[in-house]
Write a protein that binds this ligand. Structure first.
Ligand code: ADP
Ligand code: MG
Length: 439
């Protein structure tokens, strides 16, 4: 199967050939023909499977075929959850539309709106945006959605997690009823299906590979380490292995900063990337990581989501995520494009329950290793004994031990910080960010 077999024009085929794509990826093969037919589509495939080209190519073709000879109203809108992802999708749009007379633009928060407004006013065919900034711009009458005929929600699962549903629905309320809707997601959860049911009309569903299959190309390694020795251990891993490019995940922004400082102090060039960093700092960190001038990128889940970092040999989970699906997203950063990857998790006694939940999702036991000189000394958390009533266990531990089963029972609860317990329902999200974030 080639890109032209899928029905794409020679201008597009030429552009992807220049990008070095030999043939369409499985999700592209499945999605592109339906999109060209104008159908609504719900597509799910793991990170790194080429979803961006999967929607961008057919949408560009549609825009090129239906271009108004004189006017350039906004006709296609791609919504993404984060600024980095918006910038990245837009880079792709520009590259793929190289040989077409199509204008595109990207808008997101954290940077001056004036140039964005000026570009929008000059007329663009396709816009890539984060929901918050786009609503602001719409409020300011800098953009009209009246002529939108294709709406694309990229990384829809993450948009749900980040609380963007209301913003998305508000944006949709300004669009014409008759339009094509495409929803792309790494996971196919019930929440995604619910979101899709509200937006898509008689959608075709396509799935590239069964969930977690990419994970199989990845070697999972768990090191049992005391919590207070994780930094030391991370430095040892990186130095001993002479690793050149490592993505390290922490659960909190504060944790990301702290670790980065210590790595830099230890002589390992590193930078942190998270929601509290300015747009400039985030872009710079990513660029430096890609060009090799920094070796370690320390990221929170939300910041790392969807970033295009090709062929990353190592991913370190400095802390396990408390949402098991996030583990799958994290390791999606390694072992890309058929190359082998290693996902390393540093697990202290407090995190054993998270490990079990991840193993359940992966349907695979993660092999644990103890390294000489780093033998864990902290005591194992109380196991939920069969004889013990679950109810009393949860109650007794409320506000006490950070491993209270009470907190771990439900998915989206705040995680602990240090040994202090964080009150459930304190209104904070997973990485300490407010649930809803205007981007
Ligand atoms: P996803 O959105 O599914 O996470 P991306 O669209 O970011 O994945 O693509 C991941 C990487 O794969 C990018 O570097 C992209 O340029 C590359 N890519 C996309 N399609 C192809 C293809 N058909 N052949 C080779 N590489 C591709
Ligand atoms: Mg993507």
């Amino acid at each position: 199967m080639t890109f032209s077999d899928l029905g794409l024009s020679s201008a597009l085929v030429k552009a992807v050939e220049e990008k070095g794509y030999a043939k369409p990826s499985p999700i592209q093969e499945k999605a592109i023909p339906h999109i060209l037919e104008g159908k609504d589509l719900l597509a799910s495939a793991q990170t790194g499977t080429g979803k961006t080209a999967g929607f961008t190519l057919p949408v560009l073709q549609h825009l090129a075929e239906t271009k108004h000879p004189k006017y350039r109203p906004l006709r296609a809108l791609v919504l993404t959850p984060t600024r980095e992802l918006a910038a990245q999708v837009h880079d792709n749009v520009r590259e793929y539309s190289k040989y077409l007379n199509i204008k595109s633009c990207v808008v997101f928060g954290g940077v001056n709106a004036k140039p964005q407004i000026a570009t929008l006013r000059s007329g663009v065919d396709i816009l890539v945006a984060t929901p918050g900034r786009l609503l602001d711009l719409h409020d300011r009458k800098a953009v009209s959605f009246k002529r939108i005929d294709v709406l694309i929600l990229d990384e829809a699962d993450r948009m749900l997690d980040m609380g963007f549903v209301r913003d998305i629905n508000k944006l949709i309320s300004f669009m014409p009823e008759k339009r094509q809707n495409l929803l792309f997601s790494a996971t196919f959860s019930n929440d995604i299906k619910k979101l899709a049911a509200g937006i898509l009309k008689n959608p075709v569903s396509v799935e590239a590979e069964p969930q977690n299959s990419t994970a199989k190309k990845v070697t999972h390694k768990v090191y049992k380490v005391d919590k207070n020795r994780k930094t030391e251990f991370t430095i040892k891993l990186i130095k001993d292995g002479n690793w050149k490019q490592v993505l390290v995940f922490t659960r909190t922004k504060h944790g990301a900063n702290k670790l980065t400082q210590k790595l830099v102090k230890a002589g390992v060039p590193s930078a942190a990337i998270h929601g509290n960093k300015s747009q400039g700092a985030r872009t710079k960190a990513l660029r430096n990581f890609k060009d090799g001038s920094i070796k370690i990128l320390v990221a929170t889940d939300i910041a790392a989501r969807g970033l295009d970092i090709p062929l990353l040999p190592h991913v370190i989970n400095f802390e396990l995520p408390n949402v098991p699906e996030d583990y799958v997203h994290r390791i999606g950063r390694t072992g890309r494009a058929g190359a082998a990857g290693e996902a390393i998790s540093l697990v202290c006694s407090e995190e054993t329950e998270y490990q079990s939940e991840i193993e359940k999702l992966l349907k695979e036991k993660l092999k644990s290793t103890i390294v000489e000189g780093f033998e864990p000394t902290d005591t194992a958390p109380p196991k939920r004994a069969a004889s013990q009533s679950k109810k009393s266990f949860g109650r007794k531990n409320k506000g006490g031990n950070s491993n209270s089963s009470d907190r771990n029972k439900s998915k989206r609860k705040p995680h602990f910080k240090g040994n202090k317990s964080v009150k459930p329902n304190s209104g904070r999200g997973r990485t300490g960010t407010p649930k809803k974030k205007r981007s």
